[in-house]
Design a protein around this ligand. Structure first.
Ligand SMILES: [Zn+2]
Length: 449
């Protein structure tokens, strides 16, 4: 039997429990067909790629992002603010988003993610000054060929209700719930190998009404969907929940019916040990965003400690306006540095960080059977990493540790759903220059420059 593509002569990281030195991997019908060690045992292939001395990993999975924010990256007036100062400074700009700017920012975000080795990303789109913005994101994902997990974000509480955003970017409850159902009907594909799925994602406990939280949980149950929100990200959130709800963020999260295996949360920096245990037991997963946490300077979760307590942890690069980059390789490296800085050199290895960026992210998305590993049957989403001979010089003993320690690594070849989308470090998208030109125009408009 002839396969579509054979990658050979590579060091293949199949998953945390299986690595093959000098191995091969075969792709057929958009799936990993087989892997092996002896090239003589590889099937015949229509195309052969030799990846000599290169590392092949599953595509990294981005478990938390806000793609539209790349229109306001490194926005000078708020670069040194706290989380709440940063949000209140940017909301008035984000009020000018429309379908065109969201399409362009989603294209830029996805191409940037591909170049950093990410093959599946969620996006938390919670600012809706105009309708049909997530529809525009799905158009971008289809044009690029990216595996996309949209989340229908929402906010109901503007400044007049004690929230942070202006009235122009929040919506009423019925509009949010009706649009959630519409998006699920239009774009959520629960079938194996899907290229588009939809989850429900009220922005945070302090930006939506209690009804949106409870109704989102009910809708998720009805349509078998996943749930996502920011949780326990900032001490201001603790104070808000104590004042408004009379409890901690985690207690409120439990009260509104979100402590279920459907949920994954972003950040989760300030829970007690007992609260971590409770959500871990409930099957809730967490997406840590190391660069965003460190850039905002508001603390970071003990990801390895959470894993030891039984919580699944993925990684996310978070909104481009806080992190200002979209490289999941860089997030994975930062997760390693942050973990070791916190708990010492024995606490975490490159393989632990890579496991978070692959299987951990897949757990967040409820998609562990098909993505985040390269076992036969997995979706053909993978990366052949590229490191310069200079960066790799002397790194002879462990290709996985070298990949994360000898920086920087970029995606040489990124394959999504069996298709090569980055080749020799360059995106194959033909109209990228045009997209960047139009993105610059929209960024100037939104930043009023
Ligand atoms: Zn976020």
């Amino acid at each position: 039997m002839t396969v579509d593509l054979l990658i050979r002569d590579a060091y293949i990281y199949v998953d945390r429990d299986h690595e093959i030195a000098d191995g091969w991997l075969a792709i057929k019908d958009r799936r990993v067909h087989s892997v092996g060690a002896e090239v003589a045992t590889a099937p015949p292939a229509r195309t052969i790629l030799s990846a000599r001395v290169q590392l092949v990993t599953p595509g990294l999975i981005n478990a938390h992002h806000h793609m539209y924010q790349n229109l306001t990256r490194a926005y000078a007036p708020v670069t040194n603010g706290t989380l709440f100062e940063w949000l209140t400074g940017l909301y008035p700009l984000w009020a000018d988003l429309d379908a065109e700017s969201v399409y362009l920012s989603t294209c830029v975000a996805m191409v940037e993610l591909l170049m950093g080795g990410c093959t599946t990303s969620m996006d938390h789109m919670y600012v809706h000054p105009k309708p049909f913005l997530i529809d525009a994101q799905f158009r971008a994902a289809r044009d690029i060929g990216f595996r996309f997990y949209a989340t229908r974000g929402s906010m109901t509480r503007s400044v007049k209700d004690g929230g942070l955003p202006p009235a122009s970017v929040v919506q009423d409850e019925d509009t949010i719930l009706a649009d959630s159902e519409r998006l699920v009907a239009a774009f959520h594909d629960a079938s194996p190998g899907a290229m588009g799925r939809v989850a429900l994602a009220p922005c945070s406990l302090f930006s939506v009404s209690e009804r949106i939280m409870t109704e989102s949980a009910r809708l998720a149950e009805k349509h078998d969907l996943r749930l996502h929100t920011h949780l326990a990200e900032d001490p201001d959130e603790d104070r808000y929940c104590a004042d408004v709800y009379g409890c901690t963020p985690t207690e409120y999260f439990e009260r509104v019916g979100w402590a279920t295996p459907r949920s994954w949360v972003a950040h989760y920096i300030y829970p007690s040990s007992d609260e971590i245990d409770r959500l871990a037991h409930a099957g809730v997963c967490t997406a840590q965003c190391p660069c965003s946490n460190m850039m905002i300077g508001g603390g970071a979760a003990d990801a390895m400690g959470m894993r030891r307590r039984g919580m699944r942890v993925g990684l996310g690069c978070d909104g481009s306006a806080s992190t200002d980059h979209g490289s999941m390789w860089l997030e994975t490296r930062m997760a390693l540095l942050l973990g070791r800085f916190r708990n010492g050199p024995h606490s975490m290895s490159a393989r632990d960080a890579l496991d978070m960026a692959t299987r951990g992210g897949a757990a967040c998305l409820g998609w562990e059977d098909e993505i985040g590993h390269l076992r036969p049957g997995a979706c053909a989403d993978l990366v052949i990493w590229k490191m310069s001979d200079i960066a790799r010089a002397g790194a002879l003993s462990d290709p996985v540790e070298a990949w994360l320690r000898c920086a920087p690594a970029v995606a040489g070849t990124t394959i999504v759903n069996g298709a090569i989308l980055v080749e020799d470090g360059v995106p194959v998208m033909s109209n990228l220059a045009e997209i960047l030109r139009d993105h610059a125009r929209e960024a100037r408009r939104i930043q009023r420059l």
